[in-house]
Design a protein around this ligand. Structure first.
Ligand code: NAD
Length: 230
């Protein structure tokens, strides 16, 4: 679902940058003789990488921030110079915001709320009609001014900056999402049916790592912590 949401983040961002949709009136890829829009992607995991693919594909000027040096190196290799990568610190993100047209938030710290990488005070330094897409909203969001929205009313404006914070983005593309989810989960379901719960967990480390609750006990440490059990 992060693949789908990451790809969609660029579509919805580009849509809201257009003037009739409240944005600055900017085409993501610019035009011959006119520079492209500046896109910042915060988090270079699954969603961030797929957002980068779409934004680079649309010829935007894209910079991706991550805290993992290894991940930045992988992405730098994969994109062969078409993507700028930057180590993520509050100062470096803050310095890039005044020039940004579209910011996509796609960070994840497993088992914890997303860090607030764009603060309310930063919005005043951004251009009017720029767009924030908070993919990480399902984990609390990585912009201080985010709150969850739905496809029925996906955006709101704070300090002239458009916020898109739909907590279930893939729900807008149910055909694509259902096929993608079925392809990913199908092998696990077959395994479970063939082996039964106990054998599947014992033989497949992937299953074991994914167990949240078993026989009335919370097994996953991050889930237990988030619910106040230690
Ligand atoms: N809104 C939706 O519909 C929707 C759909 C799918 C996923 N999501 C959410 O999108 C988010 C990203 O998911 P993912 O699968 O790509 O996660 P992931 O674990 O693959 O990637 C997260 C990345 O964030 C990076 N990161 C952590 N802290 C950072 C920081 N301070 N600055 C920059 N980067 C930082 C990590 O190093 C990692 O590379 C999650 O919160 C997930 O729940 C939302």
């Amino acid at each position: 679902m992060s693949q789908v949401a990451g790809r969609m983040a660029v579509d919805v961002g580009a849509y809201h940058l257009l003037k009739p949709h409240g944005g600055r009136g900017l085409l993501l890829g610019g035009a011959p003789g006119v520079p492209p829009a500046k896109v910042l992607i915060l988090g270079g995991g699954v969603a961030g990488k797929h957002a980068a693919e779409m934004a680079v594909g649309q010829r935007a000027d894209v910079t991706l921030f991550d805290i993992s040096a290894q991940r930045l190196e992988e992405l730098d290799d994969q994109f062969g110079g078409r993507l700028k990568t930057c180590y993520s610190t509050p100062d470096l993100i803050g310095a890039a915001l005044p020039d940004a047209d579209l910011v996509i938030g796609a960070v994840l710290i497993p088992g914890a709320a997303a860090p607030k990488l764009v603060k309310r005070a930063d919005l005043g330094r951004m251009k009017a009609g720029s767009v924030l897409v908070d993919v990480a909203i399902d984990q609390g969001g990585c912009f201080e001014t985010s709150h969850p929205t739905t496809h029925a009313d996906p955006t709101f404006v704070v300090d002239d900056v458009i916020h898109y914070c739909v907590a279930n983005m893939p729900g807008a593309a149910p055909l694509t999402s259902t096929y993608a989810l079925s392809a990913a989960t199908g092998p696990y379901i077959l395994n479970l049916a063939r082996k039964g719960v106990d054998r599947a967990i014992a033989e497949d480390p992937g299953f074991a790592a994914g167990v949240n609750v078993r026989a009335g006990r919370i097994e996953h440490p991050a889930v237990a912590r988030s619910l106040g059990f230690h």
